[in-house]
Design a protein around this ligand. Structure first.
Ligand SMILES: [Zn+2]
Length: 78
């Protein structure tokens, strides 16, 4: 099933992120896909753009670092 890219100009805040294979990852709040974030430093308080949907998001300054990202909400609903 196709997921519609539905980015807006709004910068949405994400409250959790994880590290996978040396990259910081978070779930794009616009399109809900997992996106990688460049940079070795902690990503809290930084803004990133999802190159696929074009949506911007900011990692909350008190975001939780998780071992794994939560599943997609649609997967939880099953
Ligand atoms: Zn996105």
């Amino acid at each position: 099933m196709m997921v519609m890219a539905n980015a807006t100009d709004e910068i949405l805040v994400v409250e959790c992120f994880a590290r996978e294979d040396g990259d910081w990852i978070a779930r794009c709040p616009h399109c809900l896909r997992v996106v990688g974030m460049n940079g070795e430093e902690p990503v809290r308080g930084e803004q990133f753009q999802d190159r696929v949907c074009g949506g911007w998001f900011e990692v909350s300054s008190d975001a939780s670092r998780l071992k794994r990202l939560p599943q997609h909400p649609d997967e939880d609903a099953k």
